[in-house]
Write a new protein. Structure first.
Length: 309
């Protein structure tokens, strides 16, 4: 397996995959390929998929592996430029004006130039991401972009095209080196094609059984091999049902951790019912699995694993 030098960008798909795996993130060839290309081409990577499949974790892992700062813009409804890009430190500006007046400074142009300078500028995530840092270009995570409105999405076009921000009082601030941009969305609404065209795209799916078993082995080392197999088989079957919210990888890890803390050696109806709150997050889903359907699933899992030996 190719070795990855910490802080250096991977030089191949194999190195990219090894970089993620060294941080206990298991990536398939398709994900490793598109991530490698995004790094080489200096293009944003647009990750789409269900909540809980590990999209956000990719940015965190990448920042750790490359020893780069992680700057996260958590998106939400109503997000605006003042919260995402920059704002002026108005209290400090007012104090500066008062002090200038008290000192008898009457040059209005000079005062205005002083208060609209870098020292009164509060840098929010977008501006931080395009600012020069000693450790190299940061990893810039734009998380859950689908939660914002189309106006903010349109604003990001300038940032993702030229990696620059225009501040009327100062001018245009442009990145010396483009940040490594990871954009995630849970697809609660469609993102405009104009933004997608600026990115490379990848759909992040749920892991298969073998991948999820390996994830538990790495993340919950205290969980026995037998229990891990039952947990993965049960979760994989749950995802085939028409639930309001399927359990993600994070929930699988939480469930394995909870059962390990309870010294469980195997799944049984009582243990499943008592710990469903770590796996499912909606009462309708929990009520459905607490009933006969949950028992049926557990029976199928036990029979399947017994047949496999």
């Amino acid at each position: 397996m190719a070795r990855q030098v910490r802080g250096k960008l991977p030089q191949s798909i194999d190195e990219t995959r090894a970089l993620l795996e060294a941080q206990d993130y298991l990536a398939g060839t398709a994900l490793a390929t598109v991530l490698f290309l995004a790094l080489r081409m200096k293009r944003p990577l647009f990750l789409e998929g269900e909540a809980g499949v590990g999209k956000t974790e990719i940015a965190k892992v990448l920042a750790r592996a490359l020893d780069r700062p992680l700057i996260r813009l958590q998106c939400y409804e109503g997000l605006d430029v003042a919260s995402a890009v920059y704002e002026w430190n108005y209290p400090a500006q007012m104090l500066e004006i008062r002090l200038s007046e008290a000192a008898g400074m009457v040059d209005r142009q000079r005062v205005e130039s002083d208060i609209f300078s870098e020292r009164f500028l509060i840098r929010r995530p977008v501006l931080q991401a395009i600012s020069t840092t000693a450790g190299g270009a940061p990893v810039f995570l734009i998380d859950e972009l689908d939660r914002t409105d189309e106006a903010f999405e349109a604003f990001l076009l300038e940032v993702l095209s030229d990696f620059q921000v225009t501040i009327p009082e100062i001018g245009t601030i442009k990145a010396d080196e483009p940040p490594i941009v990871i954009i995630t969305t849970n697809r609660t609404r469609e993102i405009h094609d104009a933004l997608k065209r600026r990115c490379l795209y990848h759909w992040v799916d749920y892991p298969n059984a073998a991948q999820e078993l390996e994830i538990i082995r790495r993340k919950v080392p205290g969980c026995s091999a037998a229990l891990s197999r039952e947990i993965v088989a049960y979760v994989q079957r749950l995802r085939t049902l028409d639930l309001f919210k399927n359990p993600g990888v994070a929930e699988t890890i939480d469930w394995a951790t909870a059962l390990t803390e309870l010294d469980a050696l195997a799944l049984d109806p009582e243990k499943v019912a008592d710990t469903l709150g770590t796996l499912l997050k909606y009462q309708d889903d929990i009520a459905r699995i607490e009933g006969t359907e949950g028992s049926r699933l557990l029976g199928e899992v036990k029979a399947e694993l017994l047949a496999q030996g």
